[in-house]
Design a protein around this ligand. Sequence first.
Ligand SMILES: *[C@@H]1O[C@H](CO)[C@@H](O)[C@H](O)[C@H]1NC(C)=O
Ligand SMILES: *[C@@H]1O[C@H](CO)[C@@H](O)[C@H](O)[C@H]1NC(C)=O
Ligand SMILES: *[C@@H]1O[C@H](CO)[C@@H](O)[C@H](O)[C@H]1NC(C)=O
Length: 225
Amino acid sequence: MAQMEMVEFGVEQGQMLQVLMRHCQTMKRQETRLRLATALLLTAFLATSLWLQFHSNTSTDSFAGAHTEALKAKKTHKRQSVHLEPKSKSSPEKQLLEWYWRNESPYLDNFNLKNATELHISKKGLYLINLKMSYRIAYGQCQDNTDKIMTLEVNVTQEHSNYEGERVILKGSESMLCSEYWLQSMTLSRPIMLEDNSSLRVRIKKDNFKFVSWSETTYLDVTYL
Ligand SMILES: *[C@@H]1O[C@H](CO)[C@@H](O)[C@H](O)[C@H]1NC(C)=O
Ligand SMILES: *[C@@H]1O[C@H](CO)[C@@H](O)[C@H](O)[C@H]1NC(C)=O
Ligand SMILES: *[C@@H]1O[C@H](CO)[C@@H](O)[C@H](O)[C@H]1NC(C)=O
């Protein structure tokens, strides 16, 4: 009986040992799994941070690159601007205003004023056109028609081989009271894409000529943006 008990005890001990060993093994396995998982997590974290670092580096690099490119383009792209003032002997018959240069800039290769009535644009690009027309009514110009309303009309036209005839690119129309010493001005402004070899002209109504202020208050500014 005692032997049996001993055997049983031994068996129990053995079973206990087995259970313990199994437990230890599972624990070990779990531990290795845990270690593996930690290692994997660490690797993933490292990879992510490395990727992020690389990515941010490359993006700052490309940003810096684009910035340098923009700066280079800005350096080669010279903003040019002409300021034209009208000649009082402009030709009313053709309704055209004649101009002369007011400024002489060193970078005027985009503009040419061979013919006083035509501003030649040699380079294709975006231009800002700004026209200011000033009118004044002198003493005696409205004697027989007091409080008569007149119409002021002005167009900026573009001539180019792409278009038939002249194309109106800016148009202005205003009413003016015919009253002695009356002053009025009209400003037209527009950014526009112009083809190379375009010619710009300013046309006004024939009966408006005698009211134009032939001074610096009437001008045509064209800027290559
Ligand atoms: C400008 O050229 C046109 C023809 O393109 C001509 O009819 C006009 O008389 C010229 N004007 C001047 C001021 O030379
Ligand atoms: C512009 O005119 C110049 C000479 O006047 C000519 O060489 C050039 O081909 C012209 N360009 C276009 C697009 O018509
Ligand atoms: C301006 O252009 C319009 C057409 O858009 C035309 O009817 C008008 O007669 C022109 N005015 C002048 C002064 O050329």
